[in-house]
Design a protein around this ligand. Structure first.
Ligand SMILES: *[C@@H]1O[C@H](CO)[C@@H](O)[C@H](O)[C@H]1NC(C)=O
Ligand SMILES: *[C@@H]1O[C@H](CO)[C@@H](O)[C@H](O)[C@H]1NC(C)=O
Ligand SMILES: *[C@@H]1O[C@H](CO)[C@@H](O)[C@H](O)[C@H]1NC(C)=O
Ligand SMILES: *[C@@H]1O[C@H](CO)[C@@H](O)[C@H](O)[C@H]1NC(C)=O
Length: 317
């Protein structure tokens, strides 16, 4: 009985996933064939003057998908007292909304009311990676834009202080595996963090050690200089790896040396299974690129409750 039931259930389950989430790489082939090239142009233009745009776009897409699915909810502006997701607790790390606005404006001229903001963000995140020297992939499209964005919901994002079991739970709730976790964490090859996200590891870590013992001591000392206990410099912080605008595997090499910023990064070497994958990605960049592209497609297919194609990515129709 059980032997026949299990395969049957898994067939039903996979049908459900496909039906509820019918994305396709050719989605705009008839309705807006230039869609992707218009988005890519907007990302390219942004990068010329703003080296931080790729990290911001990648982060924004991750944030969008992890909170209520990939439905463009992170792009909506707050309205009066109703604070939107983008103004929720980790808001200081999000910017570069202008890139999405520019792409949307150009798309509305060419094919009005056709391309969703959630799709623009998914394509822009892919371009951000590819234009920084990382892998490229076909982005499945056909997402709809959601009508709900609550500041509160940003608390559903994994915290930088999470340990491996908390990370695993957060990812598995969204259909993502431990392997996806290790690959997607590689997105931290791009970008910068404010002191607040790793302050807990370099001051008063525990009653026996001021600094997280899993952190390389000289690395910790350099961070303590940048981020003193009573930090007064408003935007003080550190790059996530030594090459913050190049999409490469440096992040994994640093992890193996205890030179990562977040507890949630260092947690990836806390279990043998995830550590083996970190070591593989640190050695073979190609394997990382392949896994990253695969996991991005999976993450960017997390179903949202979208119902419309917004005309302006910042406001509901
Ligand atoms: C960021 O979030 C905090 C806490 O929710 C809020 O007080 C602050 O006004 C927000 N900052 C911006 C720039 O929206
Ligand atoms: C989220 O918002 C709801 C109501 O809008 C409120 O009851 C709840 O306390 C909030 N939760 C957090 C963690 O802020
Ligand atoms: C992770 O943190 C949670 C909550 O603090 C705790 O219950 C759990 O035991 C921790 N897991 C590991 C592997 O440290
Ligand atoms: C340090 O904290 C642990 C619990 O976190 C406690 O068991 C231990 O007694 C404390 N040691 C000292 C020296 O305070």
């Amino acid at each position: 009985m059980a032997a026949t039931l299990v395969p049957l259930l898994s067939v039903i389950f996979s049908l459900f996933i496909q039906n509820s989430n019918a994305l396709s790489a050719n989605y705009y082939l008839q309705t807006c064939p230039q869609a992707e090239s218009i988005i890519t142009k907007a990302v390219r233009r942004a990068i010329i003057n703003d080296k931080t745009a790729p990290a911001a776009l990648l982060r924004m897409h991750f944030h969008d998908c992890f909170v209520t699915g990939c439905d463009g909810s992170v792009l909506l502006d707050s309205k009066g007292k109703k604070k939107a997701e983008k103004d929720g607790p980790p808001n200081i790390s999000l910017h570069a909304y202008y890139v999405i606005d520019n792409a949307k404006r150009d798309l509305e001229k060419m094919c009005p009311g056709v391309v969703s903001c959630a799709d623009i963000l998914a394509v822009a995140a892919r371009d951000a990676v590819a234009l920084s020297g990382g892998p490229t992939w076909d982005v499945p499209k056909g997402r709809k834009d959601g009508r709900v964005s609550r500041a509160n919901d940003s608390l559903q994002l994994p915290f930088p202080t999470f340990n491996i079991s908390q990370l695993q739970q957060s990812f598995s709730q969204r259909g993502l595996s431990l392997d996806d976790l290790v690959a997607l964490s590689g997105g931290h090859t791009l970008g910068f963090s404010h002191c607040s996200s790793f302050q807990n590891r370099i001051h008063k870590f525990s009653n026996v050690s001021d600094v997280d013992p899993s952190m390389n001591p000289s690395f910790a000392a350099s961070l303590r200089q940048i981020c003193p206990m009573h930090n007064k410099v408003k935007n003080a912080g550190a790059n996530l790896d030594f090459s913050p605008t190049a999409f490469d595997n440096t992040y994994y090499k640093l992890l193996l040396k205890g030179k990562s910023l977040f507890s949630s990064d260092q947690a990836l070497v806390a279990t043998s299974r995830t550590k083996a994958l970190v070591a593989k990605f640190a050695t073979y960049e190609k394997d990382f690129f392949h896994a990253f592209a695969k996991s991005m497609i999976k993450m960017s297919s997390i179903n949202g409750a979208g119902t419309e194609i917004r005309f302006n990515c910042r406001s509901l129709n």
